[in-house]
Design a protein. Structure first.
Length: 86
């Protein structure tokens, strides 16, 4: 987790494992997202890498972040790891 995003958004929600992910596709995946926050609100989420099946779940989770409204702008990159059985 990026330290900038942890400071800007102290309350974060972990993304859920999407349905339709099967062991034969692997058992661990990583998704990297770029998050733009302005004055405490998530303005945009750009997926930089990772399997498409996880993109919507990552965006949904990030939209639930509770960030500090202190007038600052933050552009941070965050890595999400998905593992079957967890």
């Amino acid at each position: 987790m990026s330290s900038a995003i942890a400071v800007a958004c102290p309350v974060q929600v972990a993304p859920e494992m999407p349905s339709g992910v099967y062991r034969e596709q692997g058992d661990e995946w990583q998704v990297t997202a770029q998050i733009a926050i302005h004055n405490g609100a998530v303005q945009s989420v750009k997926i930089l890498s990772g399997p498409r099946v996880f993109h919507d779940k990552v965006r949904e989770a990030i939209r639930k972040y509770q960030c500090k409204a202190d007038g600052t702008e933050v552009l941070a990159t965050q890595v999400f790891r998905f593992k079957l059985g967890q």
